[in-house]
Write a protein that binds this ligand. Structure first.
Ligand SMILES: Cc1cc2nc3c(=O)[nH]c(=O)nc-3n(C[C@H](O)[C@H](O)[C@H](O)COP(=O)(O)OP(=O)(O)OC[C@H]3O[C@@H](n4cnc5c(N)ncnc54)[C@H](O)[C@@H]3O)c2cc1C
Length: 455
């Protein structure tokens, strides 16, 4: 989509009464996410900026914005908290940024389900359901700032996925309500399997306003660190611990190269001469978890509830996992970037050892253990010393040749990043919900502007 000259003050005047930001610095800040993890995306996206930010407080205000955008035929990029890693909410073609963070109410909590507005911070939703003895099935490690709508539209799995699977697994997200982008916007409520039409579509096919999620009875998860003499022992342990007989909410392994990045946070709990496994363990599984770790050469260096950790000013285990691991590292070592891939199943720790020998110091190893479609799966999120884009793609090619499935975090489209194929269901829904192709242009290869409605 090419940029047109638009009289933005006239556009803003049409939205009188809705909070709007036109100040350059504010708009620039709201045009960014965590794409800077990738030196490639950083180069590509650092100058992309929207023209104005709207912050609706009600669904009725969202509808007014959607109608104005459709009448003016201007691009609209939806933004939650902007913690996505692939420039997911960066406006490639300028235009309007719709910030959802003021649409943030927890609407209803029932046994087994919660209904929320899209812009609610995940931590706020978690606290609300915990007050009623329940908990979310999964969340990203960014839950303190990320919005629930941003997770459903941009995320895939996270903390909790070893117990409850991925977001897309049946029953985890039960309803999504979207506003269409047309001169007279409609509201569509997607239920059950139909949520796949919008889940992980990067906000390209409808503005989510409300969501309904499955919740379960809460546990006082024990945050645990086990140390190992060899990274392959840590992996063998994680493989053995990936069983329904142990009730876990998180299982993460990182090699000893990560210890210096965690020094300030964890001190002696993660010394530089050991490899570590971070976990959240249900109280009734703790004895069996400890016995299994011991049998694999593990030594416990920490085990505390969330409350105890807070009192000791220690981080929760989930802030030592998923992409928080990368965050801690990049803060210290600006030369490093990261990759994402799935290991071939069943996991072969010796294959990981061969990778480690092949790459030496160039790659530091981090694995996440999760369930997807009821099968246990090991995902790699290694840190790579960045030299050139060509070299980074050689590393990816090597992993792929050895059976790994790559989810490239250095690209902006949904298809290039993960699913590889165009999701026809999502594109068909886009024709209904975004008939002029105005939502987050450039983020799906499945849309061609020739598909846009002409009138
Ligand atoms: C340190 C770190 C750790 C992370 N860990 C994880 C993890 O464990 N698992 C994981 O999946 N991700 C993870 N992420 C990525 C990201 O934090 C999560 O996906 C997060 O939930 C995104 O929420 P957000 O509010 O920041 O969304 P944003 O980044 O603002 O948006 C994400 C996408 O959703 C779209 N979107 C937002 N709101 C709506 C809406 N109302 N309607 C339609 N589309 C919308 C946006 O257009 C964008 O394409 C991590 C990122 C970082 C930096």
């Amino acid at each position: 989509m090419t940029k047109r000259e638009i009289d933005w003050s006239r556009f803003a005047a049409e939205l009188d009464g809705i909070r709007i930001l036109l100040n350059g610095n504010q708009v620039r800040a709201k045009s960014k996410d965590f794409f800077w993890y990738s030196p490639i995306l950083n180069e590509q996206l650092k100058d992309c900026v929207g023209d104005l930010v709207v912050m609706p407080r009600t669904e009725a205000e969202v509808i007014r914005v959607a109608a104005a955008v459709a009448r003016w035929r201007v691009p609209l990029t939806i933004r939650g908290a902007g913690t996505g890693n692939y420039g997911q909410c960066v406006p490639l073609a300028g235009g309007v940024i719709l910030d959802t963070t003021e649409l943030n109410q927890v609407l209803a909590i029932r046994p087994g389900s919660v209904r929320v507005q899209t812009g609610a911070r995940i931590a706020k939703v978690l606290e609300a359901v915990q007050e009623q003895g329940q908990e979310l099935l999964m969340f990203p490690s960014t839950l303190r700032i990320a919005t629930i709508g941003g997770f459903i539209a941009g995320g895939s799995l996270g903390v909790g996925s070893i117990r409850n699977g991925a977001l897309k697994d049946a029953g985890n997200v039960t309803a999504i309500r979207v506003v269409t982008v047309e001169p007279e916007p409609r509201i569509i409520e997607l239920l059950g399997a139909d949520i796949q039409k919008v889940h992980h579509a990067y906000g390209t096919n409808g503005i989510i306003t409300e969501l309904e999620l499955c919740i379960k009875p809460a546990f006082d998860w024990q945050h645990n660190i086990m140390l190992f003499d060899h990274y392959t022992d840590a992996l063998r342990f994680c493989k053995a611990a990936s069983t329904p007989e142990l009730d876990l909410f998180l299982l993460t392994s990182v090699d000893r190269n990560f210890a210096p990045y965690y020094e300030e946070l964890l001190g002696e709990h993660f010394p530089a001469d050991r490899d570590a496994v971070f976990a959240m363990v249900a109280p009734q599984s703790l004895t069996a978890y400890r016995q299994l770790a011991l049998a694999h050469g593990g030594r416990e260096s920490l085990c505390m509830s969330a409350t105890e950790l807070e009192q000791q000013e220690l981080p929760p285990a989930y802030e030592c996992a998923y992409n928080h691991t990368t965050l801690h590292a990049i803060k210290v070592d600006k030369q490093r970037t990261y990759l994402q891939y799935a290991m071939p199943s069943p996991l072969d720790p010796d294959l990981c050892q061969r990778f480690a020998e092949h790459f030496g110091d160039e790659v530091y190893w981090h694995h996440e253990f999760a369930r997807q479609s009821d099968a246990y799966q090991c995902f790699g999120i290694p840190l790579v010393r960045f030299s050139t884009a060509e070299r980074l793609y050689e590393v990816m090619a090597y992993l792929e040749q050895n059976g790994c499935a790559i989810f490239d975090p250095h690209v902006v489209t949904i298809e290039d990043g993960g699913i590889k194929e165009i999701d026809d269901l999502q594109i068909e829904f886009k024709k209904l919900a975004d008939p002029y192709g105005l939502l987050n242009p450039g983020k799906t290869r499945g849309w061609d502007q020739s598909m846009a409605r002409q009138n």
